[in-house]
Design a protein around this ligand. Structure first.
Ligand SMILES: Cc1cc2nc3c(=O)[nH]c(=O)nc-3n(C[C@H](O)[C@H](O)[C@H](O)COP(=O)(O)O)c2cc1C
Length: 186
């Protein structure tokens, strides 16, 4: 089975996860680009990973634009955001990003966040959204105000090894299924 991982990353976490998955399944890894989207033709399994900005999985719309050309392939999508993955957070991401309209497996990863490494205009946008959430907690019902305000002072470091392992084991199952299909054809 040939696997391609396409990612869109801003601070490097989504790229790190793409590379960690690839190491365990011998997949090729490419940054999101027209060339990467064209390359999907040559693979059986495509993984798309995008970082989350304001609830939107970045680059996902570009990836889903070629969805029809991926018929018959296994498709996995993962998002990387700073919020702790919860059932309702997952449901929000799915509906906000219209993922329920597509036949894809979806995984929500948690990444790191360092306010002081953000450049203009992301730093201003981020400060404004944190201030808004602190003023009106109904905007971020699952966030702890103390944790939210600390995001402006110190970096949040997170790496979800368990989720990487889960995606890798799903890929191993798909690999076995694909090789069974090949054997049945012969
Ligand atoms: C402008 C901005 C908006 C963000 N919005 C969200 C968000 O809505 N939800 C979330 O979980 N994380 C959000 N984050 C956090 C990033 O998704 C997180 O830092 C992630 O690890 C970035 O992935 P990357 O390192 O691949 O760029 C935001 C970060 C920035 C800079």
């Amino acid at each position: 089975m040939k696997t391609l991982i396409i990612y869109k990353s801003y601070q490097g976490n989504t790229e790190k996860y793409a590379k960690a998955i690839a190491e365990n399944v011998h997949a090729d890894v490419m940054k999101l680009s027209r060339k990467a989207l064209r390359a999907t033709k040559k693979y059986d399994t495509i993984i798309f990973g995008g970082w989350v900005r304001g609830g939107v999985i970045q680059g996902l719309d570009n990836f889903l634009a070629i969805y029809d050309s991926l018929e018959g392939k296994n498709i996995i999508v993962y998002s990387v955001g700073m919020s702790f993955p919860t059932k309702s957070g997952r449901a929000d991401l799915i509906s906000r990003n219209l993922l329920d309209l597509y036949h894809v497996r979806f995984y929500q990863f948690r990444g790191s966040f360092d306010y002081h490494k953000l450049k203009f205009p992301q730093n201003i946008m981020m400060r404004k959204s944190i201030e808004l959430m602190l003023k009106d907690p109904s905007l971020a019902p699952e966030s702890d105000p103390q944790a939210l305000s600390s995001l402006l002072d110190r970096p949040l470091e997170y790496y979800d090894q368990e989720k990487v392992d889960r995606v890798v084991s799903v890929l191993h199952v798909l690999e076995r299924e694909e090789s069974q299909k090949e054997t049945n054809k012969q």
